[in-house]
Write a protein of this length. Structure first.
Length: 473
């Protein structure tokens, strides 16, 4: 090796180590920046005339485990789903009241049964008659309040969907812009790739997605079900026509449509993503499930309970099929009831004397009303009160069962969310170990680079001294 080639090799080494030191400095400066991925330079041997001519600075590359990154996004989507589910399931459970408290549904139903028992024992008592009316009104109002709360939660879910869709659309447009910058760049930009990954990570909280590499450094994004959100060049536009208020008749798939629809448009195509089943996880998926399944089922449970109470707490007609001689509550009407009847059940009389038929001491009507309260109500299998089976029980047992099922669902959702948070924290820790900045590691890397820098500097000093010696000869 000639002196000049040695000098050239040392100079390229200095430049390579200086570039490495700059990357280390950048890593340390951004150690706490969200979405920042550790960088490393990879020096490449320079060859001239078939012979080594030192090194040249390679491109700055991110230290990234794509398998861990994919797992992290899956867990992030799952965490978004379980968080919304746990929050809304807990709110639904609280509507029924803590079992045994004064305002709880089961307490008021037991109070109604007790009031009827006292009337059966003493039909002539004005206090007993007034007590039945008061207890019946309290139970009916509580069912009204819970059902109204269920629809308020559905409206809240509608708002969550609207917010999530708006955020997802904004993120997709940001991904498109950053991706265009990456594709049009002549060299790879770790900073741009970090920014794109940061946006995709935020999107994964809302939607379960798959990210695949494409040509020229681009990526494609689809939902877990395969619906394209970003094709590597253009992102779809997401829109949601939210409804201000939902009611019992606001159902997915109804005609005309009575709940909001998520649409994806790109070019001349427009897709109903809800009907296509595009959202299986993430915050949007959870809000859709609560709005269209869980809370609809909760409304149906209350409707069946209310309609069962109204139809059974009566004094039957003389002959089978005859209208009742007396009904304590208003009766369902119209082809769509009992849907929404839980909001409308009310005591049908304000006259305490109507609770006794004939003589003041006649217990016939009070006994019929009390027997009706104990009569079985049929809850269809779709209501989920006995797994996949039909559940038959009295109004009191049915009310308790509804509370038990909702409480168990809320507890299960909370446990699932807690487990998902643990899983997400674990994968975040593993990802950080690989791609995060470790200050101790960076200091070790800096010492190595400084040592290499010093070695190259000594070579240059030696070459200079040798050249000076030659010049003096």
């Amino acid at each position: 090796m000639t002196l000049m080639s040695a000098l050239s090799a040392a100079m390229t080494g200095l430049r390579a180590t200086q570039a490495g030191m700059n990357v280390v400095s950048q890593n340390v400066a951004n150690a706490g920046s969200p979405g920042y991925t550790k960088r490393r330079t990879l020096p490449v041997e320079a060859v001239a005339g078939g012979r080594s001519a030192g090194v040249r600075t390679g491109e700055v590359q991110r230290v990234l485990d794509t398998v861990l990154q994919r797992q992290l996004r899956q867990e992030n989507s799952g965490a978004g789903y379980t968080s919304v589910r746990a929050n809304m399931a807990g709110a639904l459970d609280r509507l029924y009241g803590a079992p045994g408290t004064a305002s709880a549904l089961d307490t008021l139903m037991n109070g109604f049964a007790g009031a009827l028992d006292r009337l059966v024992d003493d039909p002539a008592s004005a206090a007993a008659r007034n007590g039945v009316l008061d207890a019946a009104r309290a139970a009916a109002r509580r069912i009204n309040q819970i059902a109204t709360g269920v629809q308020a939660l559905r409206t809240e879910a509608e708002g969550r969907i609207a917010s999530g869709v708006a955020q997802a659309d904004e993120l997709l447009q940001g991904i498109e812009r950053v991706n265009q910058s990456i594709v049009s760049s002549s060299t790879r930009s770790a900073a741009l790739e970090d920014e794109r990954d940061r946006l995709i990570d935020q999107l994964s909280r809302l939607v379960d997605l798959r990210v695949m590499p494409a040509d020229a450094g681009a990526v494609t994004i689809t939902t877990g079900s395969g619906q394209t959100l970003f094709d590597g060049a253009r992102a779809v536009r997401l829109t949601f026509d939210a409804r201000s208020t939902l009611g019992p008749d606001s159902l997915a798939g109804s005609d005309p449509q009575s709940v909001g629809i998520i649409r994806a448009s790109g070019g001349a195509l427009e897709v109903d993503l809800v009907q296509a089943g595009a959202f299986r996880s993430g915050m949007i998926g959870a809000a859709l499930e609560m709005r269209d399944v869980t809370l609809v089922q909760a409304q149906a449970q209350l409707d069946t309970l209310a309609a069962g109470i109204a139809a059974r707490v009566v004094q039957p007609g003389v002959n089978p099929g005859d209208p009742p001689l007396f009904a304590l509550f208003n009766q369902p009407t119209g082809p769509n009831q009992p849907r929404g009847f839980a909001q409308m059940i009310a005591v049908a009389t304000t006259n305490p004397a109507a609770l006794v038929d004939g003589l003041a001491g006649d217990a016939t009507r009070p006994q019929a009303l009390r027997a009706g309260l104990d009569a079985d109500i049929t809850f269809p299998a779709t209501l989920g009160l006995a797994g996949n089976a039909v559940f038959e029980a009295s109004a009191l047992t049915g009310a308790r069962r509804i509370i038990e099922v909702q409480g168990a669902a809320a507890e299960a959702a909370a446990r699932l969310d807690e487990g998902q948070r643990v899983a997400l924290a674990a994968i975040e820790g593993r990802f950080s170990e690989v791609s995060g900045v470790d200050i101790d590691e960076e200091m070790t890397q800096l010492v190595m680079l400084q040592t290499a820098y010093g070695a190259n500097a000594r070579v240059m000093t030696a070459v200079r001294e040798m050249l000076e010696t030659l010049m003096r000869i």
